[in-house]
Design a protein. Sequence first.
Length: 135
Amino acid sequence: MLQRDYLLEVIGQFVESVTQALLSARAAKDKPAALESATEVEHDVAGLLDMDSDVAMDLTPDSLVTMMLLSGMGDALAGYVAFALSRVADVYDEAGEAEAAEARREQAAAIAASFEVDTDRPPEELRALADRLDT
């Protein structure tokens, strides 16, 4: 019960932070501001996985999946991580950073495939954000 409560709190903080960063990226008037917000999302993802951000974001898609499997929390977090990485890829695309966008999309796709996440259905806590980003 205590572990479940902790996980719910961590996910809640993640959702709040990712929501703010992705909405900031969307509202950014210039490339540096959008990229700063993208970096915040990446830090949030790494924090959720209890990893160093630079290490997590440099991992190949398969290595990131392996780290999530080894953590024992992959099943609980996969939908959140896949959503955040796919949406930060959109930020990179809009900023003209095709290589970074492709890397994040590949990571998101590997997570979705490995943990059987339906990328068309974000976790409940992120649905309102997905709706706002899709309009």
